[in-house]
Design a protein. Structure first.
Length: 373
C-alpha cells in the first residue's frame, strides 16, 4: 500500500544526527547559516517531482536545493536578491568548465607582475585589509575583469575570488565580524586563490555527467512574477530568512564591494535583515513578514502543477523582546490561500552548525512546514 506524503515524512529523523557538514560541491564557498543538503534531498526523494516540472527555491542562497534537485535528476529554478548567493548558485549548477584551470594560471601570472594601484571607494579598507592584501586582491580582480574568456569561466574566476575575501582579510571569520591580524602577504593571497580555484575545479569535475538545467534569477522575490519563473513547478523547497536573526548582506558585504556589487542596495531590500529593525522611525513588523510570505506562497501556488507541494523550513524570531512563531504564521497563511496542511515537523539545529546566532535570537530549533496545493 502506497504511503501518504505525511507518512513518508514521519519515517525520517529530521535532526539528521549523522550529518557532519558537507565536504563536496556544497562547500566550495562559505555561506553562513546555510541549508543542510539532507533536508532538500529527503524532501525531493520522498515527495517527488512530477514529470515535466521543476523544483523551486525562492530564497536559494548558495544553491543547496538547486544542486540537490540536479543530483536527483530534476530541473530547478532559484531566486535570491544577494548577488554573491546567485554567483555561488550559478557556478555550482553550471556544467564543468575545463578552461578554468588555464585561466587561473594566466590570472595569477599577470597579477604577480601587476603594479595596479588599490581600488578606491570601499569603506574602511585599511581596517579590514592589509596593504599587501589590498594590492593582491586588486590585481586579481582586475585580471578577472579583463581576461578574454567565456562568461561561464569568468563566473568561476569571480567565485574563487569571492571565496577567499574573508579568509585573507582582517575579519576573524565568516561567522564573527571582528578585526584580527592574520599576517597576510601578497603571496598568501595568490596561494589562497590558486587553492580555492583548484577546489572548485575538482568538485565541478566530479559532476561532469549530464545535469538537468538550473536557472538562477537575481531579484527581490517581492518583484518576481509567474511569467519570470517561466516553468511549471512540482515542488518548492526553501528556508526563508528569519526576521531579525541573520544579516547575509553584512557577512558578504566586502565580497560584494570587491566584485563590484552594491551591498547597501542589497541591505535595503533583504527580507529579515537585522538592520531593518533598529534606528528607523518605522521598523518592519510581523505583518510585513506575513505579507512577504503570502506573496511567496501565492506565487508558488500560481506556478504549481497539480499536486504541487510547498516545503518551508524556518525557526522563530525575536523582535523587540517578543518571540514570533514564523512557522505558525506560514501555516496559517497557507491555509488562507487554500493550501492543505500536509505536515509540520520540529527539528533541532545541530549545535556545531556554523551560524551567527546572536543572544537576542538564539535559535536552537526550526520547523518544517509542508503544504499541498
Amino acid at each position: 500500500m502506497k504511503r501518504s506524503v505525511a507518512e513518508s515524512l514521519l519515517r525520517h529523523n529530521w535532526n539528521f544526527p549523522s550529518a557532519n557538514g558537507s565536504d563536496d560541491i556544497h562547500s566550495i564557498h562559505p555561506y553562513p547559516a546555510k541549508f543542510i543538503p539532507e533536508i532538500p534531498r529527503t524532501l525531493i526523494s520522498e515527495i517527488g517531482v512530477p514529470k515535466g516540472t521543476a523544483v523551486f527555491d525562492p530564497f536559494c542562497g548558495c544553491g543547496t536545493t538547486l544542486v540537490e534537485a540536479q543530483l536527483l535528476g530534476h530541473p530547478s529554478i532559484g531566486v535570491d536578491i544577494n548577488p554573491i548567493a546567485c554567483l555561488i548558485s550559478r557556478v555550482k549548477t553550471s556544467p564543468p568548465a575545463p578552461e578554468l584551470s588555464t585561466a587561473v594560471a594566466t590570472i595569477l601570472e599577470r597579477a604577480r607582475k601587476s603594479s595596479i594601484t588599490t581600488r578606491l571607494g570601499i569603506p574602511n579598507l585599511d581596517h579590514w585589509f592589509q596593504k599587501d592584501v589590498q594590492q593582491a586582491l586588486t590585481a586579481v580582480a582586475h585580471e578577472i575583469a579583463t581576461i578574454d574568456v567565456d562568461p561561464s569561466i569568468r563566473a568561476g574566476l569571480r567565485l574563487a575570488l569571492s571565496a577567499i575575501i574573508v579568509r585573507v582579510s582582517n575579519e576573524d571569520s565568516d561567522t564573527r565580524y571582528a578585526a584580527v591580524n592574520k599576517a597576510m602577504t601578497k603571496e598568501k593571497v595568490f596561494a589562497a586563490y590558486d587553492a580555492t580555484s583548484r577546489r572548485i575545479i575538482e568538485e565541478k569535475t566530479k559532476l561532469s555527467y549530464q545535469l538537468p538545467e538550473s536557472r538562477v534569477i537575481q531579484n527581490d522575490i517581492m518583484e518576481v512574477t509567474a511569467p519570470m519563473i517561466g516553468k511549471r513547478v512540482g515542488l518548492m523547497v526553501t528556508s526563508p530568512p528569519y526576521p531579525n536573526a541573520y544579516e547575509y548582506w553584512l557577512y558578504h558585504k566586502y565580497r560584494m564591494w570587491w566584485l563590484g556589487y552594491d551591498p547597501i542596495a542589497v541591505r535595503k531590500r533583504e527580507i529579515g535583515a537585522r538592520a531593518h529593525y533598529f534606528g528607523r522611525k518605522k521598523t518592519p513588523t510581523v505583518d510585513d513578514f506575513r505579507r512577504q510570505m503570502r506573496h511567496v506562497l501565492s506565487l508558488a501556488r500560481e506556478v504549481f502543477a497539480p499536486r504541487g507541494h510547498a516545503c518551508v523550513v524556518i525557526g522563530r524570531s525575536r523582535i523587540h523582546g517578543k518571540d514570533v512563531d514564523n512557522a505558525g504564521l506560514i501555516a496559517e497563511t497557507g491555509k488562507e490561500l487554500g493550501y492543505s496542511a500536509v505536515g509540520r515537523i520540529q527539528r533541532t539545529i545541530a549545535a556545531n552548525r556554523k551560524s551567527f546566532n546572536l543572544s537576542h535570537a538564539n535559535i536552537k530549533t526550526e520547523e518544517l512546514i509542508v503544504l499541498g496545493k
